[in-house]
Design a protein around this ligand. Structure first.
Ligand SMILES: C[S@@+](CC[C@H](N)C(=O)[O-])C[C@H]1O[C@@H](n2cnc3c(N)ncnc32)[C@H](O)[C@@H]1O
Length: 200
């Protein structure tokens, strides 16, 4: 039987030995997430550490053909599967790219409305990655663009990363504000929280 307290850094929550794909999509209410996200037709959405791409697919349906979705992950098999899925769903505005999000991003300057990171940041020690990560996010965002982060609450839970890997909203705010962003909202998603920042 799977030990639900075991965590290998790749979001493999599961029961009875079944390893689910890398997705936090159904851990909370996707309707609440997308209502808070408030995406519009024509928006350009960047999903960083997209995993199996459930958020990217939903975003692609919302932003439509006048918008664009980039989904990045270092997990090549996941990127290949997402590319195939987007093709079969005829989501021509979704581009999945294998990339390390802690390195310079394969995205044009000032082209993105929303940079989205769902259950990804806890994988990193912020001090090690924050410079490249948030300067790159700042570079690719349009003026007034947003960072939207879904993070595991910093508390003991029956699954997910150990507490010492989890970052509090205050910790994120202290770090991200120093890269020229301002916190605009904080929402409770149950197991996780969602925090948003705007590029100043
Ligand atoms: C816990 S999963 C979350 C997947 C998705 N965001 C979600 O919430 O459904 C974390 C994802 O981050 C990816 N990841 C970890 N480090 C990365 C890096 N340096 N660059 C790109 N992707 C990374 C992993 O491959 C994995 O797919």
């Amino acid at each position: 039987m799977t030990d639900l307290n075991h965590y290998d850094g790749e979001n493999r929550y599961g029961q009875n030995g079944h390893r689910r794909c890398r997705s936090s999509f159904w851990i909370h209410d996707p309707e609440q997430v997308f209502s808070e996200l408030n995406l519009r037709e024509g928006d350009c959405f960047l999903d960083m550490g997209c995993g199996s791409g459930d958020y990217a697919i939903r975003a692609s349906e919302i932003v439509g053909n006048s918008g664009k979705v980039f989904a990045l992950d270092r997990w090549q098999d996941g990127i290949d599967d997402l590319t195939e899925k987007a093709g079969s769903l005829r989501l021509n505005n979704l581009r999945a790219i294998a990339a390390d999000i802690t390195a310079p991003l394969p995205i044009e300057d000032g082209s993105i409305d929303v940079c989205f990171l769902a259950t990804v940041l806890h994988i990193f020690k912020l001090a090690d990655v924050e410079g490249v990560l948030f300067n790159e996010i700042r570079r690719v965002l349009k003026p007034g663009g947003r960072i939207v982060i879904i993070n595991c609450k910093r508390e003991i839970q029956p699954f997910g990363p150990p507490v010492h890997m989890r970052q509090s909203p205050e910790e994120l705010e202290g770090c991200i504000n120093s890269y020229g962003f301002e916190k605009t909202s904080l929402a409770d998603l149950g197991f996780n929280y969602m925090i948003q920042f705007i590029k100043k």
